[in-house]
Design a protein around this ligand. Sequence first.
Ligand code: ATP
Length: 391
Amino acid sequence: MAKEEDDDNLPDKDAAKEFYAKYEPKEIIGRGVSSTVRRCIEKETGREYAAKIIDLSQESQDGVDTHTMRDATRQEIHILRMVAGHPYIIELQDVFESETFIFLVFELCKNGELFDYLTSVVTLSEKKTRYIMRQVLEGVRYVQSKSIVHRDLKPENILLDDQLNVKITDFGFAKVLNEGEKLFELCGTPGYLAPETLKANMFDDAPGYGMEVDIWACGVIMFTLLVGCPPFWHRKQMVMLRNIMEGKYSFTSPEWADISDDPKDLIRRLLVVEPNQRISLDDALNHSFFNPVAIKSGGFNARAKLRLGLVTVRAAVRLSRLPHTAARDLPLHDALRDPYTTRVLRKVIDGCAFRVYGHWVKKGEGQNRAALFENTPKTELKSLYVSNLSR
Ligand SMILES: Nc1ncnc2c1ncn2[C@@H]1O[C@H](COP(=O)(O)OP(=O)(O)OP(=O)(O)O)[C@@H](O)[C@H]1O
Protein backbone atom coordinates (compact mmCIF):
# COMPACT_ATOMS: atom_id res chain seq x y z
CA MET A 1 0.00 0.00 0.00
CA ALA A 2 1.23 3.51 -0.81
CA LYS A 3 2.71 5.30 2.16
CA GLU A 4 0.75 8.53 1.46
CA GLU A 5 -2.51 6.61 1.68
CA ASP A 6 -1.55 5.31 5.10
CA ASP A 7 -0.64 8.81 6.23
CA ASP A 8 -3.96 10.09 4.93
CA ASN A 9 -6.13 7.54 6.56
CA LEU A 10 -4.50 6.33 9.73
CA PRO A 11 -5.67 8.34 12.73
CA ASP A 12 -3.12 10.30 14.69
CA LYS A 13 -1.12 7.85 16.82
CA ASP A 14 -1.66 9.84 20.04
CA ALA A 15 -5.39 9.52 19.57
CA ALA A 16 -5.53 5.81 20.17
CA LYS A 17 -2.39 4.64 21.92
CA GLU A 18 -4.12 1.65 23.39
CA PHE A 19 -5.28 0.41 20.00
CA TYR A 20 -1.80 0.69 18.51
CA ALA A 21 -0.24 -0.94 21.56
CA LYS A 22 -2.38 -4.03 21.03
CA TYR A 23 -2.93 -4.20 17.26
CA GLU A 24 -0.95 -3.60 14.13
CA PRO A 25 -3.13 -2.04 11.41
CA LYS A 26 -2.76 -3.43 7.89
CA GLU A 27 -4.46 -2.73 4.55
CA ILE A 28 -7.92 -1.17 4.08
CA ILE A 29 -10.55 -3.83 3.41
CA GLY A 30 -13.64 -1.66 3.25
CA ARG A 31 -15.14 1.76 3.75
CA GLY A 32 -18.39 2.94 5.28
CA VAL A 33 -20.05 6.34 5.30
CA SER A 34 -17.88 7.61 8.15
CA SER A 35 -15.50 4.76 8.72
CA THR A 36 -12.58 2.86 7.31
CA VAL A 37 -12.18 -0.85 7.94
CA ARG A 38 -8.67 -2.31 8.09
CA ARG A 39 -7.34 -5.77 8.58
CA CYS A 40 -5.26 -5.75 11.73
CA ILE A 41 -3.13 -8.20 13.68
CA GLU A 42 -3.27 -8.69 17.41
CA LYS A 43 0.39 -8.37 18.39
CA GLU A 44 0.33 -10.85 21.24
CA THR A 45 -1.44 -13.71 19.42
CA GLY A 46 -0.80 -12.96 15.73
CA ARG A 47 -4.57 -13.35 15.13
CA GLU A 48 -6.23 -11.34 12.40
CA TYR A 49 -9.19 -9.00 13.02
CA ALA A 50 -11.08 -6.23 11.23
CA ALA A 51 -10.78 -2.78 12.82
CA LYS A 52 -13.54 -0.33 11.99
CA ILE A 53 -12.10 3.14 12.56
CA ILE A 54 -14.82 5.75 12.94
CA ASP A 55 -13.72 9.31 12.39
CA LEU A 56 -15.89 11.50 14.58
CA SER A 57 -14.24 14.72 13.42
CA GLN A 58 -15.24 13.84 9.87
CA GLU A 59 -18.85 13.54 11.01
CA SER A 60 -18.64 16.96 12.51
CA GLN A 61 -17.49 18.41 9.18
CA ASP A 62 -20.36 16.69 7.41
CA GLY A 63 -22.83 18.53 9.59
CA VAL A 64 -23.71 15.65 11.89
CA ASP A 65 -23.01 16.42 15.51
CA THR A 66 -19.96 14.54 16.89
CA HIS A 67 -21.75 13.81 20.17
CA THR A 68 -24.72 12.35 18.32
CA MET A 69 -22.42 10.16 16.29
CA ARG A 70 -20.58 9.05 19.42
CA ASP A 71 -23.86 8.28 21.19
CA ALA A 72 -25.17 6.35 18.18
CA THR A 73 -21.93 4.30 18.06
CA ARG A 74 -22.13 3.62 21.80
CA GLN A 75 -25.70 2.42 21.33
CA GLU A 76 -24.50 0.12 18.51
CA ILE A 77 -21.73 -1.21 20.77
CA HIS A 78 -24.28 -1.86 23.53
CA ILE A 79 -26.41 -3.89 21.11
CA LEU A 80 -23.39 -5.74 19.67
CA ARG A 81 -22.54 -6.82 23.22
CA MET A 82 -26.12 -7.97 23.83
CA VAL A 83 -26.04 -10.22 20.76
CA ALA A 84 -22.47 -11.47 21.30
CA GLY A 85 -21.69 -15.16 21.43
CA HIS A 86 -23.73 -16.45 18.52
CA PRO A 87 -21.98 -18.19 15.60
CA TYR A 88 -23.92 -16.24 12.95
CA ILE A 89 -23.54 -12.78 14.44
CA ILE A 90 -20.42 -10.67 14.13
CA GLU A 91 -18.29 -10.77 17.26
CA LEU A 92 -17.07 -7.46 18.67
CA GLN A 93 -13.67 -8.19 20.17
CA ASP A 94 -12.47 -4.81 21.43
CA VAL A 95 -13.42 -1.14 21.63
CA PHE A 96 -11.15 1.89 21.96
CA GLU A 97 -12.39 5.45 22.19
CA SER A 98 -10.49 8.67 21.84
CA GLU A 99 -11.48 12.30 21.41
CA THR A 100 -11.88 12.02 17.66
CA PHE A 101 -11.92 8.31 16.85
CA ILE A 102 -13.67 5.13 17.89
CA PHE A 103 -12.02 1.81 17.07
CA LEU A 104 -14.23 -1.25 16.89
CA VAL A 105 -12.28 -4.49 16.53
CA PHE A 106 -14.36 -7.28 14.98
CA GLU A 107 -13.69 -10.86 14.00
CA LEU A 108 -12.38 -10.85 10.42
CA CYS A 109 -14.72 -12.13 7.69
CA LYS A 110 -12.36 -13.08 4.92
CA ASN A 111 -15.06 -13.62 2.31
CA GLY A 112 -16.54 -10.14 2.66
CA GLU A 113 -20.18 -9.33 2.00
CA LEU A 114 -22.81 -11.82 0.87
CA PHE A 115 -23.69 -9.09 -1.63
CA ASP A 116 -20.27 -9.38 -3.31
CA TYR A 117 -20.44 -13.15 -3.23
CA LEU A 118 -23.84 -13.05 -4.95
CA THR A 119 -22.48 -10.61 -7.48
CA SER A 120 -19.68 -13.01 -8.36
CA VAL A 121 -21.90 -16.07 -8.73
CA VAL A 122 -25.04 -14.24 -10.06
CA THR A 123 -27.50 -16.64 -8.39
CA LEU A 124 -27.28 -19.28 -5.68
CA SER A 125 -28.51 -22.84 -6.01
CA GLU A 126 -31.33 -24.00 -3.74
CA LYS A 127 -28.77 -25.94 -1.74
CA LYS A 128 -26.51 -22.90 -1.17
CA THR A 129 -29.53 -20.73 -0.46
CA ARG A 130 -30.67 -23.27 2.14
CA TYR A 131 -27.23 -23.21 3.77
CA ILE A 132 -27.08 -19.39 3.90
CA MET A 133 -30.74 -18.76 4.81
CA ARG A 134 -30.74 -21.27 7.65
CA GLN A 135 -27.86 -19.36 9.24
CA VAL A 136 -29.43 -15.96 8.55
CA LEU A 137 -32.74 -17.03 10.13
CA GLU A 138 -30.98 -18.59 13.12
CA GLY A 139 -28.96 -15.40 13.59
CA VAL A 140 -32.08 -13.24 13.39
CA ARG A 141 -33.90 -15.57 15.80
CA TYR A 142 -31.10 -15.00 18.31
CA VAL A 143 -31.34 -11.22 17.78
CA GLN A 144 -35.11 -11.41 18.37
CA SER A 145 -34.60 -13.52 21.50
CA LYS A 146 -32.85 -10.46 22.95
CA SER A 147 -35.86 -8.27 21.98
CA ILE A 148 -33.79 -6.52 19.35
CA VAL A 149 -34.87 -5.51 15.86
CA HIS A 150 -32.02 -5.08 13.34
CA ARG A 151 -33.91 -2.97 10.75
CA ASP A 152 -31.28 -3.10 8.02
CA LEU A 153 -30.92 -6.75 7.01
CA LYS A 154 -29.67 -7.11 3.44
CA PRO A 155 -26.86 -8.96 1.62
CA GLU A 156 -24.46 -6.03 2.24
CA ASN A 157 -24.89 -6.48 6.00
CA ILE A 158 -24.27 -10.20 5.97
CA LEU A 159 -20.57 -11.02 5.98
CA LEU A 160 -19.06 -14.41 5.20
CA ASP A 161 -16.13 -15.92 7.04
CA ASP A 162 -13.49 -18.18 5.47
CA GLN A 163 -15.87 -21.19 5.68
CA LEU A 164 -18.66 -19.13 4.02
CA ASN A 165 -20.53 -18.98 7.31
CA VAL A 166 -22.88 -16.06 7.83
CA LYS A 167 -22.06 -13.20 10.22
CA ILE A 168 -24.86 -10.66 10.57
CA THR A 169 -23.36 -7.20 10.97
CA ASP A 170 -24.12 -3.45 11.03
CA PHE A 171 -26.38 -2.95 14.02
CA GLY A 172 -26.37 0.83 13.41
CA PHE A 173 -30.18 0.92 13.06
CA ALA A 174 -30.88 -1.81 15.60
CA LYS A 175 -33.10 -1.09 18.57
CA VAL A 176 -34.07 -2.83 21.79
CA LEU A 177 -37.83 -3.11 22.02
CA ASN A 178 -39.88 -3.09 25.21
CA GLU A 179 -42.79 -5.49 25.52
CA GLY A 180 -45.41 -4.53 22.90
CA GLU A 181 -43.45 -1.45 21.80
CA LYS A 182 -44.00 -0.25 18.24
CA LEU A 183 -41.65 1.88 16.15
CA PHE A 184 -42.49 4.58 13.63
CA GLU A 185 -39.19 5.90 12.26
CA LEU A 186 -38.34 5.25 8.64
CA CYS A 187 -34.92 3.65 8.52
CA GLY A 188 -33.33 0.88 6.50
CA THR A 189 -32.78 0.40 2.77
CA PRO A 190 -35.73 0.97 0.40
CA GLY A 191 -35.92 -2.42 -1.35
CA TYR A 192 -35.86 -4.28 1.98
CA LEU A 193 -38.36 -2.14 3.91
CA ALA A 194 -41.42 -3.96 5.19
CA PRO A 195 -44.91 -2.68 4.26
CA GLU A 196 -45.66 -1.74 7.89
CA THR A 197 -42.48 0.38 8.04
CA LEU A 198 -43.61 2.35 5.00
CA LYS A 199 -47.16 2.66 6.32
CA ALA A 200 -45.88 3.88 9.71
CA ASN A 201 -44.17 6.68 7.87
CA MET A 202 -47.05 7.53 5.55
CA PHE A 203 -50.24 7.27 7.55
CA ASP A 204 -50.98 9.02 10.84
CA ASP A 205 -53.16 6.19 12.10
CA ALA A 206 -50.69 3.40 11.25
CA PRO A 207 -50.03 1.02 14.16
CA GLY A 208 -46.23 1.14 13.77
CA TYR A 209 -43.90 -1.79 13.31
CA GLY A 210 -42.02 -4.34 15.38
CA MET A 211 -39.55 -7.19 15.03
CA GLU A 212 -41.46 -8.76 12.12
CA VAL A 213 -39.76 -6.30 9.75
CA ASP A 214 -36.60 -8.41 9.97
CA ILE A 215 -38.55 -11.49 8.87
CA TRP A 216 -39.82 -9.60 5.82
CA ALA A 217 -36.24 -8.59 4.97
CA CYS A 218 -35.25 -12.28 5.16
CA GLY A 219 -37.88 -12.97 2.49
CA VAL A 220 -36.43 -10.28 0.24
CA ILE A 221 -32.92 -11.65 0.77
CA MET A 222 -33.98 -15.23 0.02
CA PHE A 223 -35.76 -14.21 -3.19
CA THR A 224 -32.70 -12.22 -4.27
CA LEU A 225 -30.28 -15.08 -3.57
CA LEU A 226 -32.23 -17.54 -5.69
CA VAL A 227 -32.68 -15.43 -8.81
CA GLY A 228 -30.20 -12.59 -8.47
CA CYS A 229 -32.74 -9.76 -8.48
CA PRO A 230 -34.93 -8.29 -5.77
CA PRO A 231 -38.69 -8.99 -5.63
CA PHE A 232 -40.17 -5.50 -5.59
CA TRP A 233 -37.73 -3.57 -7.71
CA HIS A 234 -39.05 -0.99 -10.14
CA ARG A 235 -37.08 1.78 -11.81
CA LYS A 236 -39.53 4.30 -10.33
CA GLN A 237 -39.01 4.19 -6.59
CA MET A 238 -42.60 5.19 -5.84
CA VAL A 239 -43.86 2.17 -7.79
CA MET A 240 -41.42 -0.05 -5.92
CA LEU A 241 -42.71 1.26 -2.59
CA ARG A 242 -46.30 0.66 -3.70
CA ASN A 243 -45.38 -2.87 -4.78
CA ILE A 244 -43.95 -3.45 -1.29
CA MET A 245 -47.03 -2.14 0.47
CA GLU A 246 -49.27 -4.36 -1.68
CA GLY A 247 -46.89 -7.33 -1.44
CA LYS A 248 -46.81 -7.39 -5.25
CA TYR A 249 -44.09 -9.63 -6.67
CA SER A 250 -44.09 -12.74 -8.80
CA PHE A 251 -42.26 -15.95 -9.57
CA THR A 252 -42.75 -15.55 -13.32
CA SER A 253 -39.26 -14.67 -14.56
CA PRO A 254 -37.51 -17.55 -16.44
CA GLU A 255 -35.18 -18.38 -13.55
CA TRP A 256 -38.10 -19.43 -11.35
CA ALA A 257 -39.04 -22.21 -13.76
CA ASP A 258 -36.05 -24.20 -12.52
CA ILE A 259 -36.74 -23.63 -8.84
CA SER A 260 -38.79 -26.08 -6.80
CA ASP A 261 -41.96 -25.32 -4.81
CA ASP A 262 -40.50 -25.41 -1.30
CA PRO A 263 -38.42 -22.22 -1.50
CA LYS A 264 -41.28 -20.41 -3.27
CA ASP A 265 -43.65 -21.46 -0.52
CA LEU A 266 -41.30 -20.23 2.19
CA ILE A 267 -40.82 -16.89 0.41
CA ARG A 268 -44.62 -16.52 0.15
CA ARG A 269 -44.87 -17.01 3.91
CA LEU A 270 -42.04 -14.59 4.67
CA LEU A 271 -43.38 -11.87 2.35
CA VAL A 272 -46.81 -11.60 3.94
CA VAL A 273 -47.98 -7.97 4.08
CA GLU A 274 -49.81 -8.34 7.40
CA PRO A 275 -47.02 -8.62 10.03
CA ASN A 276 -49.03 -10.72 12.47
CA GLN A 277 -49.75 -13.28 9.74
CA ARG A 278 -46.12 -13.46 8.65
CA ILE A 279 -44.38 -16.73 9.43
CA SER A 280 -42.41 -16.83 12.70
CA LEU A 281 -38.70 -17.61 12.67
CA ASP A 282 -39.28 -20.95 14.43
CA ASP A 283 -41.82 -21.97 11.80
CA ALA A 284 -39.59 -20.72 8.99
CA LEU A 285 -36.73 -22.87 10.27
CA ASN A 286 -39.08 -25.86 10.50
CA HIS A 287 -40.33 -25.29 6.94
CA SER A 288 -39.93 -28.19 4.50
CA PHE A 289 -37.37 -26.09 2.54
CA PHE A 290 -34.95 -26.75 5.39
CA ASN A 291 -36.09 -30.32 5.97
CA PRO A 292 -36.50 -31.70 2.45
CA VAL A 293 -37.06 -35.38 3.22
CA ALA A 294 -37.48 -35.44 6.95
CA ILE A 295 -38.59 -38.96 7.77
CA LYS A 296 -38.68 -39.53 11.46
CA SER A 297 -37.48 -42.95 12.51
CA GLY A 298 -40.30 -44.93 14.03
CA GLY A 299 -43.86 -43.92 13.09
CA PHE A 300 -45.27 -43.57 9.59
CA ASN A 301 -45.23 -39.99 8.22
CA ALA A 302 -47.52 -39.79 5.18
CA ARG A 303 -46.41 -36.27 4.22
CA ALA A 304 -42.72 -37.17 4.34
CA LYS A 305 -43.33 -40.41 2.42
CA LEU A 306 -45.21 -38.54 -0.31
CA ARG A 307 -42.46 -35.94 -0.49
CA LEU A 308 -39.80 -38.62 -0.78
CA GLY A 309 -41.83 -40.28 -3.56
CA LEU A 310 -42.13 -37.00 -5.45
CA VAL A 311 -38.44 -36.22 -5.09
CA THR A 312 -37.56 -39.70 -6.34
CA VAL A 313 -39.86 -39.45 -9.38
CA ARG A 314 -38.54 -35.96 -10.20
CA ALA A 315 -34.95 -37.20 -9.97
CA ALA A 316 -35.75 -40.20 -12.19
CA VAL A 317 -37.39 -37.95 -14.81
CA ARG A 318 -34.40 -35.62 -14.77
CA LEU A 319 -32.02 -38.53 -15.22
CA SER A 320 -34.04 -39.95 -18.11
CA ARG A 321 -34.06 -36.52 -19.80
CA LEU A 322 -30.39 -35.89 -19.24
CA PRO A 323 -29.25 -36.94 -22.73
CA HIS A 324 -31.66 -34.40 -24.23
CA THR A 325 -30.96 -31.55 -21.87
CA ALA A 326 -27.20 -31.79 -21.40
CA ALA A 327 -25.27 -29.06 -23.17
CA ARG A 328 -23.03 -31.47 -25.07
CA ASP A 329 -26.09 -32.80 -26.92
CA LEU A 330 -27.57 -29.42 -27.66
CA PRO A 331 -27.84 -28.93 -31.43
CA LEU A 332 -25.65 -26.06 -32.48
CA HIS A 333 -28.37 -24.25 -34.41
CA ASP A 334 -30.68 -24.28 -31.32
CA ALA A 335 -27.90 -22.91 -29.18
CA LEU A 336 -27.26 -20.14 -31.70
CA ARG A 337 -30.91 -19.31 -32.38
CA ASP A 338 -32.24 -18.96 -28.83
CA PRO A 339 -29.54 -19.79 -26.29
CA TYR A 340 -31.26 -18.05 -23.40
CA THR A 341 -34.06 -20.61 -23.22
CA THR A 342 -31.58 -23.36 -22.34
CA ARG A 343 -30.84 -23.39 -18.65
CA VAL A 344 -27.23 -24.42 -18.84
CA LEU A 345 -26.48 -21.70 -21.40
CA ARG A 346 -28.56 -19.14 -19.54
CA LYS A 347 -26.30 -19.48 -16.49
CA VAL A 348 -23.21 -18.97 -18.62
CA ILE A 349 -24.71 -15.97 -20.44
CA ASP A 350 -25.82 -14.30 -17.22
CA GLY A 351 -22.43 -14.83 -15.66
CA CYS A 352 -20.57 -13.43 -18.68
CA ALA A 353 -22.92 -10.47 -19.11
CA PHE A 354 -22.61 -9.65 -15.47
CA ARG A 355 -18.84 -9.77 -15.55
CA VAL A 356 -18.61 -7.71 -18.74
CA TYR A 357 -21.21 -5.04 -18.01
CA GLY A 358 -21.02 -5.03 -14.22
CA HIS A 359 -24.81 -5.19 -14.06
CA TRP A 360 -27.66 -7.47 -14.91
CA VAL A 361 -28.77 -7.57 -18.53
CA LYS A 362 -32.33 -8.29 -17.77
CA LYS A 363 -35.25 -9.74 -19.58
CA GLY A 364 -38.13 -10.02 -17.09
CA GLU A 365 -40.37 -6.97 -16.80
CA GLY A 366 -40.00 -4.82 -13.71
CA GLN A 367 -36.83 -6.45 -12.47
CA ASN A 368 -33.29 -5.33 -12.80
CA ARG A 369 -30.17 -6.62 -11.17
CA ALA A 370 -28.68 -3.14 -11.22
CA ALA A 371 -31.13 -2.45 -8.40
CA LEU A 372 -28.87 -4.40 -6.11
CA PHE A 373 -26.32 -1.62 -6.46
CA GLU A 374 -28.70 1.16 -5.58
CA ASN A 375 -27.76 1.58 -1.97
CA THR A 376 -27.27 5.31 -1.84
CA PRO A 377 -30.58 6.12 -0.14
CA LYS A 378 -29.23 4.37 2.94
CA THR A 379 -27.00 7.37 3.59
CA GLU A 380 -29.97 9.73 3.49
CA LEU A 381 -32.00 7.43 5.68
CA LYS A 382 -29.14 7.07 8.12
CA SER A 383 -28.77 10.82 8.53
CA LEU A 384 -32.54 11.00 9.00
CA TYR A 385 -32.20 8.44 11.74
CA VAL A 386 -29.25 10.19 13.34
CA SER A 387 -31.16 13.47 13.33
CA ASN A 388 -34.04 11.65 15.00
CA LEU A 389 -31.66 10.46 17.68
CA SER A 390 -30.58 13.98 18.50
CA ARG A 391 -34.15 15.14 19.19
N1 ATP B 1 -15.58 -7.84 10.20
C1 ATP B 1 -15.29 -7.59 8.94
N2 ATP B 1 -14.55 -8.44 8.21
C2 ATP B 1 -14.27 -8.19 6.92
N3 ATP B 1 -14.68 -7.10 6.24
C3 ATP B 1 -15.43 -6.21 6.90
C4 ATP B 1 -15.78 -6.40 8.28
N4 ATP B 1 -16.54 -5.36 8.67
C5 ATP B 1 -16.66 -4.57 7.60
N5 ATP B 1 -16.00 -5.06 6.54
C6 ATP B 1 -15.91 -4.47 5.19
O1 ATP B 1 -15.82 -3.07 5.31
C7 ATP B 1 -16.91 -2.44 4.64
C8 ATP B 1 -17.35 -1.22 5.40
O2 ATP B 1 -17.83 -1.65 6.66
P1 ATP B 1 -18.71 -0.69 7.54
O3 ATP B 1 -19.30 -1.45 8.68
O4 ATP B 1 -17.94 0.53 7.87
O5 ATP B 1 -19.79 -0.39 6.42
P2 ATP B 1 -21.12 0.36 6.45
O6 ATP B 1 -22.09 -0.40 7.25
O7 ATP B 1 -21.48 0.67 5.05
O8 ATP B 1 -20.70 1.68 7.19
P3 ATP B 1 -21.60 2.66 8.00
O9 ATP B 1 -21.88 1.96 9.29
O10 ATP B 1 -20.74 3.87 8.14
O11 ATP B 1 -22.83 2.85 7.15
C9 ATP B 1 -17.98 -3.51 4.54
O12 ATP B 1 -18.78 -3.27 3.45
C10 ATP B 1 -17.17 -4.80 4.42
O13 ATP B 1 -16.83 -5.01 3.07
